[in-house]
Write a protein that binds this ligand. Structure first.
Ligand code: VGL
Ligand code: ZN
Length: 208
């Protein structure tokens, strides 16, 4: 059991990010048993949920003649276009059925504004609107977060960078993550970026 000031953050363990989902993360299902094993060790477990309206502008299908993987300018920010995924109330947006959701303390949803994407569980990609996660954590006396989930090079990375910016000691559970890797090497580069920003990187077996 960790002390009460440490929370586990589970990033986007949803059907659409599993290998058979709409935005498949290779081997993404392999981290679910790890999440289940870790949850009972924390008093506070937060799960983020990518939660897009069907008209979300991160979907390639909502732009004529665009396909997934292309990058556009969306309201002044570069935006990777994705397949339709994690549409609010759809099956693909649900937590994967193998995840033990009974141990989750609170769920934070993100990506609900169709005009801006939100990889981080804390803020949208323009740092314009907060999900309330940082204040919620502080309200519970949390000082340190342990982060795992999907995908290393997008939602995990931005969640970790924002956690650090918000002043939380932040540890990445490296073997609890998998990457999308639109470009080969993106996963490794993301881990490097998190390390340089001040995150501790550990494998789950090394956790206290
Ligand atoms: C994610 C791309 C689009 C993620 C979410 O969870 O990493 N990636 N939406
Ligand atoms: Zn998304």
């Amino acid at each position: 059991m960790y002390d009460n000031a440490t929370a586990l953050l589970l990033v986007d363990l949803q059907v659409d990010f599993m290998p058979t989902g709409m935005l498949p993360v290779g081997d993404g299902d392999a981290v679910v048993p790890l999440a289940n094993a870790l949850m009972p060790k924390y008093r506070t477990v937060v799960a983020t949920q990518d939660w897009h309206p069907a008209n979300h502008k991160s979907f390639a299908a909502n732009h004529p003649w665009r396909k997934p993987g292309q990058v556009i300018d969306l309201n002044g920010l570069p935006q990777v276009l994705w397949p339709i995924h994690c549409v609010q109330d759809s099956w693909g947006a649900e937590f994967v059925s193998t995840l033990d959701t009974s141990a989750i303390t609170e769920v934070f949803r993100k990506g609900t504004d169709p005009e801006i994407d939100s990889y981080s569980g804390f803020y949208d990609n323009g740092q314009r609107k907060s999900t309330g996660l940082a204040d919620w954590l502080r309200g519970r006396g949390i000082e340190e977060v342990h982060v795992m989930g999907l995908a290393t090079d997008y939602c995990v990375k931005y969640t970790v960078l924002d956690a650090l910016r918000e002043g939380f000691r932040t540890l990445l559970i490296e073997d609890g993550c998998r990457e999308v890797e639109l470009v080969p090497g993106d996963g490794e580069r993301a881990v490097q970026e998190m390390r340089e920003a001040g995150a501790k990187i550990a494998r789950h077996a090394e956790l206290g």
